[in-house]
Design a protein around this ligand. Structure first.
Ligand code: ADP
Ligand code: ZN
Length: 712
C-alpha cells in the first residue's frame, strides 16, 4: 500500500505531502506517523491511502512508525482540508495546519509516557515524609498514573519517584497516552431550554430540513435559545456541537448562557489568548471526546471533534469570519463543506444576513427560517434620524441638542444609554488650516488619527498600519504652524460627556481602553447591575450587548464608511445600524437616535424603519445589476515588494490574455491598495468564474485571495 503523508516540517517542495510505501505497518487515513525525510525522522499525518503508486511519486521510503492506534483527524476533516487547499489555492500543509496548534503538530500526537503504580504488596507504612505520603494518597487504588499527571498534581517529584522505584515500592511502566474519553457526554446537559411558541416552531423547522438553515431572527428574538435546544439534542445523542461567534472576548454573556445548559467540564472555549499549553490541552480533550460543545471564534471551526453533528454560526454576517492569512478561508463556505462531509447540521443565525446567505436563502440552497418577534413581544425601539447638517452643536460637538436631551431624560429616569462612534482617539485627523491638507502617514498615505496619552500629551496614530508619530510643530507640506485637530474620536467624546453630564457614571469601551476580557466583563457587570449610566465605544465593541436597562442607543455619526468606494459599504453600515437598533429597549420600550449627514441614504432609512428584508432585496438587485458578489465571484491577487507595480502590470496583461483566450467574462482591474501608499498592488478579477483563469499562471510570489471581503 501507498500512503500520502503531510508533515508540519517547513521544508520547501513538500507542502502537499510525500508518498510512502509500507507493507508491514498499515496506518489508516488521519493517523499520525513517523517517516523519514531527507535523513531526518519527522512526524506527520496520513492524508490518503492508495492502492497504486502515484505517477509523480519517486524514491519512495517506508513508514517508520505509526503513533497511537486511532486517527487524530477524521475523514471529513481531511476531506475539508483537501477542499480548502484546492479552493483557496493554499498548500495542504497550510490547510491541515489549521486543525493543529502551531508546529510541530507532534505536540498533540499520542505519546508513550512513563507512569507509575504501587507494587502489589507495598507496605504503605514504609512511606515516610510529606511527599511520599502525598504520593501514596494520590496513587492508591489507581492502576497507573502518568508522571505528567503526578507532577501536575503534586509538583516536582522526580527524585522521590526514582528513589521509590529503586526500592521496588513503585513500578515504572511506559504506556500509550489514552485516546479514550473519560466522560459520558450524554449526561452533560444540566437543564432544558424552554422555548416560546415561535422559537419552538423555528426549532422544529430547522430539525426537519437537511439543508443549511439561515435563521433570520430580529435582535432580541432569542436565537440563542433555539441554538441551545439544538445543542441539547445533539448532546443527548452522545454527539458534539460547535458554536462559532464573531469575537470570543465579547461573548461572555452567551457563554454564561451555555454554562447553564451544559456542564462546564464538557465545554471548551477556544480563543486567541490561550497559552500554547492550554491550546494543546484543549485540543487533546476535544480529540479524546471529552467535550460536548466547543465555543469559539473563526479558528474553532477546526476543533478536532470526532463526532461533529451540529455547527452554529452566530452573527453569520460578521466580517471576522474571513481569515486574512493563508489559507484565506471564509468560515461560512468552509463550514458548509465540513458539515456536508460530516453529515452535520449547519445553522447560520443573524438579524442582518449577509448578501451571500440572503441570496442562497432566496434560491433555496439554504433553508430559510424567520423569528419575527422579540422575546415576550417586546417592541422594536422608535428610531429618530437627526440631520447633522441642520444641527447647532455649540461646544458639545458631535452631540446634537436632541441627543443631549435624550441622554438627560434617561439619566433623570435612572435608565441607561449606549453610544457608538466608530472612531478611536481624540480627533479623526490633523488639518493644516493654511494649505488645507491633512497630515498623513508616510507608509499608507492615509490621514493620521490624533490620540492623547494618559498624561495628556498628544500623538499621531495610523489605524491601518499601527504606525505612531509625534505631532509636528509645522505642516510638512507648507510649513504653516496652523494645525487643527478635527473630527471627534472616542477620547474626545469622553471629555465632552464628562463636561456635560458631570454627575453621570460613564464607561468607555474601545480597543484602546480594553486590554483584556476581564475589563469588558467588568464593564458589562457594571451596566447589568445599573452601576453605570452611559456606555460608549466603537461599534465593534459595543454591538451584540444584551443589557435590559438600556432604553437609548445612539450613533454619533452613521456615515463613516458610506463614502468609501466599496460595494459592501452600504451593507456594512446597514448591519451596524441594525445592530444599534437591537441594543435598545430589549426589556422595556426604548429609543434609538441616528445622527447623520446623509439622512436619506437607503441604508439609514431602511435600518430606521426595521425594513431588513426590503433592504436586502434591493441591495441584491443592485449587486446583480452591477455584477458584484454574490451575483459574481471575485478573486484578488496581491503583489508586494520591490517592483510590485511592474509585476502587477504583467499579471494584469497575462490574466486579460487568458480571459480573452478562454472566453471568460471576468473584468480585470489593477490598482494600488488603499493603505499601502503604493507599496502593494492588487488585481481584482470579477466574473462568473475568475478562479479558472489562475490555473495556468505562475503565482508563487503572489497572495491569492478567493472571495475577498476587503477589495480596497
Ligand atoms: P438574539 O440573539 O436573537 O438577539 P437573545 O437570544 O440574546 O436574542 O435573546 C434576547 C433576550 O431574551 C435574552 O435576554 C434572553 O435571555 C431572552 N429570551 C429569549 N428567549 C427566551 C426564552 N425562551 N426563555 C427565557 N428567556 C428568553
Ligand atoms: Zn499646510
Amino acid at each position: 500500500m501507498f500512503y500520502r503523508v503531510v508533515t508540519s516540517s517547513r521544508s520547501p517542495g513538500i507542502a502537499n505531502g510525500l508518498t510512502y510505501e509500507s507493507s508491514d505497518v498499515k496506518p489508516l487515513q488521519g493517523m499520525p506517523v513517523r517517516v523519514s525525510l531527507r535523513k531526518k525522522i519527522v512526524e506527520g499525518i496520513v492524508v490518503d491511502v492508495l492502492e497504486k503508486k502515484e505517477e509523480t511519486a519517486y524514491a519512495m521510503k517506508g513508514i517508520d512508525e505509526v503513533l497511537g492506534n486511532s486517527p487524530v483527524l477524521t475523514q471529513p476533516q481531511i476531506r475539508t482540508a483537501l477542499w480548502m487547499a484546492d479552493y483557496y489555492c493554499a498548500t495542504l500543509r497550510q490547510a491541515l495546519g489549521l486543525w493543529f496548534p502551531p508546529p510541530p503538530w507532534s505536540r498533540v500526537f499520542p505519546r508513550t509516557q512513563i507512569g507509575f503504580r504501587f507494587c502489589d504488596d507495598t507496605n504503605e507504612a514504609l512511606l515516610r515524609g510529606k511527599k511520599q505520603e502525598a504520593l501514596r494518597d494520590f496513587l492508591l487504588g489507581r492502576e497507573w498514573v502518568s508522571k505528567e499527571e503526578i507532577v501536575g498534581e503534586l509538583g516536582p517529584m522526580t527524585p522521590t519517584l526514582q528513589a521509590l522505584t529503586k526500592k521496588g515500592i513503585l513500578i515504572a511502566e511506559f504506556r500509550l497516552e489514552s485516546q479514550e474519553p473519560k466522560m459520558d457526554l450524554r449526561s452533560a446537559i444540566l437543564a432544558n431550554p424552554s422555548l416560546t411558541e415561535d422559537q419552538q416552531r423555528v426549532y422544529e423547522e430547522i430539525r426537519n430540513d437537511s439543508r443549511p438553515s439561515l435563521l433570520f431572527g430580529i435582535t432580541g428574538s432569542g436565537k440563542t435559545e433555539v441554538y441551545a435546544q439544538l445543542i441539547a439534542d445533539v448532546i443527548r445523542n452522545g454527539k458534539q456541537s460547535l458554536l462559532l461567534v464573531p469575537e470570543i472576548l465579547l461573548t461572555e454573556y452567551s457563554i454564561a448562557r451555555f454554562e447553564k445548559l451544559v456542564r462546564r467540564d464538557a465545554i471548551s472555549v477556544l480563543h486567541s489568548r490561550l497559552t500554547l499549553k492550554e491550546r494543546c490541552d484543549e485540543w487533546k480533550r476535544i480529540a479524546r471526546g471529552d467535550v460536548a460543545l466547543v465555543i469559539g471564534s473563526r479558528s474553532a471551526l477546526f476543533a478536532p471533534l470526532k463526532n461533529l453533528s451540529l455547527i452554529v454560526i452566530d452573527e453569520e454576517h460578521e466580517w471576522t469570519y474571513k481569515n486574512e492569512q493563508a489559507p484565506r478561508y471564509h468560515v461560512r463556505e468552509t463550514a458548509e463543506v465540513l458539515a456536508r462531509f460530516s453529515n452535520a447540521r449547519l445553522v447560520l443565525g443573524t438579524a442582518t444576513p449577509s448578501l451571500e446567505a440572503w441570496s442562497r436563502a432566496k434560491n433555496g440552497t439554504y433553508h430559510f427560517v424567520r423569528l419575527e418577534k422579540r422575546y415576550l413581544d417586546q417592541h422594536l425601539p422608535v428610531v429618530r434620524i437627526i440631520d447633522l447638517a441642520g444641527a447647532t452643536f455649540g461646544k458639545f460637538y458631535p452631540f446634537s441638542p436632541e441627543l443631549l436631551n435624550a441622554i438627560d431624560e434617561r439619566l433623570s429616569r435612572g435608565e441607561q444609554s449606549v453610544l457608538f462612534l466608530n472612531r478611536r482617539g481624540m480627533a479623526t485627523s490633523l488639518l493644516c488650516l493654511h494649505c488645507r491638507r491633512r497630515i498623513t502617514c508616510p507608509a499608507s498615505q492615509l490621514p493620521f488619527t490624533v490620540h492623547t496619552e494618559s498624561s495628556g500629551k498628544p500623538y499621531l496614530l495610523d489605524h491601518t498600519t499601527g504606525i505612531r508619530a509625534d505631532v509636528p510643530a509645522l505642516c510638512p507640506h507648507c510649513k504653516s504652524s496652523e494645525l487643527l485637530a478635527v473630527g471627534a474620536g472616542t477620547q474626545k467624546v469622553e471629555s465632552v460627556l464628562a463636561a456635560r453630564f458631570p454627575a453621570a457614571k460613564i464607561l468607555r469601551a474601545d480597543s484602546d481602553t480594553l486590554k483584556d476580557a476581564e475589563e469588558m466583563r467588568s464593564i458589562l457587570r457594571m451596566m447589568r447591575e445599573r452601576k453605570a449610566d452611559i456606555l460608549f465605544g466603537t461599534q465593534s465593541v459595543v454591538k451584540g450587548l444584551d443589557l435590559p436597562g438600556v432604553t437609548l442607543a445612539a450613533v454619533l455619526l452613521a456615515d463613516s464608511g458610506l463614502s468609501l468606494p466599496h460595494f459592501r459599504a452600504g451593507e456594512r453600515v446597514f448591519q451596524l445600524l441594525t445592530q444599534l437598533v437591537g441594543r435598545s429597549g430589549r426589556a422595556q420600550s426604548g429609543e434609538v437616535i441616528i445622527q447623520t449627514f446623509r439622512p436619506d441614504a437607503p441604508e439609514i432609512v431602511a435600518a430606521a424603519r426595521h425594513e431588513t428584508e426590503k433592504y436586502l432585496d434591493d441591495e441584491l438587485k443592485l449587486r446583480v445589476h452591477g455584477g458584484y458578489p454574490p451575483a459574481t465571484k471575485i478573486v484578488r491577487l496581491l503583489v508586494r515588494g520591490p517592483g510590485a507595480g511592474n509585476r502587477a502590470k504583467n499579471l494584469l496583461d497575462e490574466a486579460k490574455k487568458n480571459a480573452t483566450a478562454a472566453g471568460n467574462d471576468a473584468l480585470i482591474h489593477l490598482s494600488p491598495t488603499l493603505s499601502s501608499g503604493g507599496k502593494e498592488w492588487q488585481i481584482l478579477l470579477r466574473g462568473s468564474d475568475p478562479r479558472s483563469l489562475l490555473v495556468t499562471m505562475d503565482l508563487r510570489d503572489v497572495t491569492i485571495d478567493i472571495d475577498p471581503i476587503e477589495t480596497l
